[in-house]
Design a protein around this ligand. Structure first.
Ligand code: KE4
Length: 426
């Protein structure tokens, strides 16, 4: 065991501040990273990796983008936090509203968990209803109401649901398989008037990537509207990732409320929730629904978010991301075919995952039929060759604007050996 990990485990449960960093599912010790630059980061021993995790999604510009770093270096001279309103919060709020179709007003928070937790409280306060419908495998952060049949670390570590979530809480959370409108209609037939909101990742990325089937998002929009329930898109991962307006712009389906995070802060702790004005105006101090946060809208975090969106607004950024991601997807598929191993590369925009499965992966059932041992062997081989994917078969990996031809070619080359290794244990 590395001394870093040994020391970390002395002071921090599991040696990590977030379970999915542990690499436990891969029977490996976590890599301790020292620094990052562009598409790469470097561990404490100086080993270089091409990074496709991007801090679990935020680093769509790659590590230490000069425009973001310079803006932060200037901003930090003015102070770290004031606990008062600042103009930067208004600036980033305006940028979000101009970008995201369903957002007329927005409130900044510090994490995706906070954004989703606050959105559910707002939805319940606005509708006067108690029940929430979520989808099996979607992960929305670690607060009680949605740690039910969740994805990400819960799926990675095989935790059915978390101890500490009370029966009282769980009874108000309904669950449905993803990509089945019939299942949702049946639930609404039974609980319709009690359901405050339907919440989903419009493109689930927390069990690996699952593209929504054609018409699915439109169907959820219709069912929620027909029953007086709110539709909530948790775009913490897809926001500013799948297009500048997120999944709701890419798929042209507008939710009533939207949660954002990750890319919005460019690596600094920024998340947000927003939506229709008459709903958002229910929030204190304007309305009765309480929500608050000491460092919400922190000026340094706002600075990083503003500069990240300034770069993303430049013409051609999403076309470039799409082209690079397409090349990677094609190269991985060809490499797997050459190795004679059956894989599904599920990709939407610049988020992707690799399943060792001969069948199309469209829901949690098909995900669990994928070969996890082959994924483990594939992952280890790539890591040895300096390619760092998100360390779990139940996570998404990400292409950034910093990944160029050299990085993609190197990755495809390394994947040939990795797929051959996986084929060997198939
Ligand atoms: P945070 O509280 O971790 O900032 O956001 C929670 C969250 C909410 N919604 C979606 C769609 C998310 O993907 C997340 C967080 N994602 C995980 C990994 N997929 C974060 C990594 C971690 O837990 O360390």
């Amino acid at each position: 065991m590395s001394s870093h990990f040994e020391k970390a485990q002395t002071y921090i449960p599991g040696g990590v501040n977030s379970p999915v960093r542990s690499m436990k599912i891969l029977d490996m010790e976590p890599v301790f990273i020292q620094k990052g630059s562009g598409p790469r980061f470097y561990d404490t021993g100086g080993k270089e990796y091409i990074d496709y995790m991007g801090s679990w999604g935020p680093l769509i510009l790659g590590h230490s983008h000069p425009q973001v770093v310079e803006a932060l270096q200037e901003a930090v001279k003015d102070g770290l936090s004031f606990g008062t309103p600042t103009q930067k919060e208004t600036t980033l709020a305006r940028m979000v509203i101009e970008a995201v179709p369903g957002v007329e007003m927005v409130r900044m928070v510090n994490s995706g968990t906070e954004a989703v937790m606050s959105t559910l409280r707002l939805a319940r306060g606005y509708t006067g209803r108690d029940k929430i419908l979520k989808f099996v495998g979607c992960y929305h952060g670690h607060f009680d109401a949605l740690l039910i049949k969740a994805g990400s670390g819960v799926a990675t570590l095989g935790l059915p649901n978390s101890p500490g979530v009370t029966e009282g809480t769980a009874k108000d959370t309904l669950t449905s398989p993803f990509n089945s409108l019939k299942a949702v209609e049946d639930i609404f037939d039974q609980f319709g008037e009690q359901i405050a909101a339907v919440i989903l990742e419009p493109v689930p990325g927390n069990v690996g990537v699952i593209p929504p089937l054609p018409g699915y998002l439109e169907g959820l929009r219709r069912i929620a509207s027909d029953n007086g329930s709110l539709l909530i898109f948790d775009e913490v991962m897809t926001g500013f990732r799948l297009s500048y307006g997120g999944a709701q712009e890419r798929f042209q389906v507008t939710p009533d409320l939207t949660c954002l995070g990750k890319v919005l802060g460019g690596g600094m702790p920024v998340a947000a929730f927003g939506g229709r004005r008459e709903i958002m105006e229910m929030l204190a101090p304007q309305g009765p629904v309480y929500q608050a946060g000491t460092l919400a809208g922190n000026p340094l975090a706002m600075t990083a978010g503003i500069e990240t969106l300034n770069v993303l607004q430049e013409p051609g950024t999403y076309r470039e991301l799409e082209e690079t991601s397409q090349r990677l997807e094609k190269g991985l598929q060809e490499a797997a075919q050459e190795a004679g191993v059956e894989v599904q590369v599920n990709r939407v925009g610049s988020m992707f995952s690799v399943f060792f499965n001969s069948a199309r992966v469209t829901d949690l059932e098909t995900i669990h039929q994928s070969n996890k041992e082959q994924f483990k062997e594939f992952y280890r081989s790539l890591l040895e060759d300096g390619i760092y994917l998100s360390p779990s078969p139940f996570e998404a990996s990400f292409v950034s604007l910093a990944h160029g031809k050299e990085e993609i070619d190197h990755t495809i080359q390394a994947s040939r050996r990795a797929f051959a290794r996986a084929a060997g244990i198939g």
